[in-house]
Design a binder for this molecule. Structure first.
Ligand code: RB5
Length: 150
């Protein structure tokens, strides 16, 4: 399994902690930045990490910013990406089971590092339920492709 990582200055520390966590678990990752606490624009880093997932170069993405919101908005603009902001373990589980999310987003000012690592572990180890959720996720793709599903 290979993970893409992206963060802005508001979550540089959280991203570094995520790297340490993945190292301890022996999980491979690609760090798309940012690489310091200097102020940067989150869409760029969210795009780079999300695009690696969309292109199949990474299996999942982990994106962090101050709130988790900006990176999720940016990632969800990339075709093929289903990014979810998670603030608790239940959300990390359900967005894999029901939405087949391929990117988890979190905010450094919102979750503790301990919770962030728990959510990551759950996200990376939970499968998609499929079944009726397959149809619903397909409808998300239809929207992405400009189809009128109304
Ligand atoms: C940066 O100040 C902040 O806006 C960013 O980290 C993120 O939370 C945006 O949604």
């Amino acid at each position: 399994m290979k993970i893409s990582l992206g963060a802005d200055h508001g979550a540089y520390e959280l991203k570094e902690a995520v790297k340490k966590h993945l190292d301890e678990k022996g999980i491979e990752y690609v760090d798309f930045g940012c690489f310091s606490k200097e102020s940067v624009d989150y869409p760029k880093f969210a795009f780079l990490a999300a695009n690696a997932v969309a292109k199949g170069e990474c299996d999942y993405g982990i994106l962090c910013c101050t709130t988790g919101l900006g990176v999720s908005m940016a990632a969800n603009k990339v075709k093929g990406i289903r990014a979810a902001v998670c603030t608790n373990e239940k959300l990390a589980e359900m967005t894999r089971r029901h939405n087949n999310a391929n990117v988890i987003c979190m905010g450094q000012s919102v979750v503790s590092q301990e919770l962030a690592m728990k959510m990551i572990d759950i996200f990376l180890s939970t499968g998609f339920d499929g079944g009726r959720h397959e149809r619903r996720v397909s409808l998300l793709t239809d929207i992405e492709n400009g189809k009128d599903i109304g």
